[in-house]
Design a protein around this ligand. Sequence first.
Ligand SMILES: C[S@@+](CC[C@H](N)C(=O)[O-])C[C@H]1O[C@@H](n2cnc3c(N)ncnc32)[C@H](O)[C@@H]1O
Ligand SMILES: [Zn+2]
Length: 654
Amino acid sequence: MAPLDFPIIAEAHDAMHVQHKYWSRKPINVVRAHIEASTAPGDIVLDPFCGSGTTVSQGLILGRKVMASDLNHVATYITRNTITRIDVGELLVVFARIKEAIARKIQDLYKTRCPTCLSIDTTETVCVHWKVHHPFKIWYSCSSCSGKKGKKGSRKRENLHKLPDSEDLVLLDKINAMAIPCWYPSVEIPPGIVFNQARRDVSRFDELFTKRNLIALSLLRNQIDLLPEVTSEERAVKEQFLFTFTSMVHLCSKMTPIRPSRPYSSFWATNSYWLPRHFMESNVWEKFESAVLGPQGLIAARRDANKKIPVTTRIVPSFEALASTPAPCTCIIQHDAARLDELVPPDSIDYIFTDPPYAGSIPYLELSTLWSIWLDKGARVGELFDKEILVDPGRGKDIACYCSMLATFFARAFSVLKPGKYLTFTYHNLDIRIRKAILGAVMQAGFELRSIIYQAPPRASPAHTLRPFNSAVGDYIVNLVKPPRLKAEGKEAIAVAKQDEGVTDVEVEIVNLLGNILLDRGEPATFTQILNYLDVQLFSRPWYFQAHVDPLSILKKHVGTCFVHVAESIGSKKGTKWWLEPAFKEKLLKNRGQQEVIPVSRKIERYLHEHENELVSLPQVDIARAVLKVFNGILLPDAKFLEKAIKQLKSKIK
Ligand SMILES: C[S@@+](CC[C@H](N)C(=O)[O-])C[C@H]1O[C@@H](n2cnc3c(N)ncnc32)[C@H](O)[C@@H]1O
Ligand SMILES: [Zn+2]
């Protein structure tokens, strides 16, 4: 067993994983490939930042035991419900009951008259556009006059819009005078990094919704509360409907700006609590129904889970139970990763695959409060915020604090992992100081670096998997090993190496390194491409952790003497690549005793030519996969180039 040392083509999420929103969900096939490479069936895989549970679903599919935890109880709730196998027929029966009990009552809140046929009974409000306190456009569909022939002659209703008429305004006045019938989140929004955005305009969570949607949501939430929960089957069904409720509740808030391209489909636009002046008020019943029956809804997700999650899967309450239960099984638990040692014993884990929080970009606990406020009826707001690994100045957490929290986690992770086993983690923070601090902490914990690979995000075709100039997309995947020998020896070895190397001029060293990286590539490279490879080079040099280095400013500083800019456009995108200044290139070549520069594109063409017979009949994706296996790191090809080269190869069959 060895960790996967090359990128693979990331695929889009399946039905199971699109049902409920969460942030930075990993591509499932990438997660699966890593677990498969680093473990054997029956092994114990740990993910202490499990988020929405991609490690759990994929580990179970591969017949592993998965220990999963997250500080955020909404994350463990999403994970648990994502992998749930359940009788879809039963869900449909219960949905029909909910509909019978409450749909009419909710729909009556959104009654509107079709301006064409003047019917009120055949018309449904899809959503209303508001400017602050005033509705200005109503999107509706009318089954008696605006049906259009869809595919196969089915009458698919068309969404039309109208101005609010006097009847609509009277209805809204009536709603404003109504009392909210059941529980709703009239809870103060506490101070917080993203909470503060909302606090500029409102003070309680209920104010993030229109009065009408608050009434509708409170009725719906209450109806789910009324579902029976005597047997475990009933409890499972109830939980699935609660899960469906939280999967759509944010789409019914006022934090949904109007998109000109999709004016009747709402989305939570930013990772924040931002109340746009122009917002959408979506029909709560419509949203719920589509969260049950729609392509990204409950039924599709459970069908997917029933198909993929092994029927023999057991969910157990503790690590001890996990260890003694046959695979596949999982334990999903709310826990602080900094206290991993209290969750699992030392030297007990076969593999850790995890995706820790990136410094500051996503405050998971605050954001998840929009769901947990409805889930727990306000009972847990603010819980554990102080333990969240995050850059959050308001809570006294600066970058150094974030790094030290992560360092504590890596030290714990080191101790729970079996010697000789691997830890894989991902990050996408390109801030060099943070990257260095994290990798420094990893070394300090005693890990050895195996590889760092750049993993592009999923796109429709393999060509799009490698975006040309963009740097923030995709993830870096770091493979580490806990050496079989003692931690103390590791530290000593590092200290000796530092003395031996006696590096004095870090800048010269880096310039040479950058030069050699470009020479390896043999052709101009984007900064991202350089960085992909530079990391691995630098992190194997112990002096690097003491030095203050910023590769981009070093590149810039030596433009004209060592490096040159090459303006380039890939497809419609314009950008800059870096290449070697001719005299510097000659010097580097001479040092290496190398005659000529061979561009990576030529190497790839040669590779495709030499492997033509075995590759030509494969699907494009598989050819791309084979190429990436060999050409990664600084040899990572451009998307367009790869697409063209593969097309050329394919054209030979015709
Ligand atoms: C990048 S996300 C993981 C996303 C996951 N890979 C997925 O596919 O959904 C990082 C997670 O770390 C969690 N987290 C933050 N601080 C934590 C801590 N001290 N202990 C455990 N989890 C923590 C957050 O709640 C968040 O779910
Ligand atoms: Zn009509």
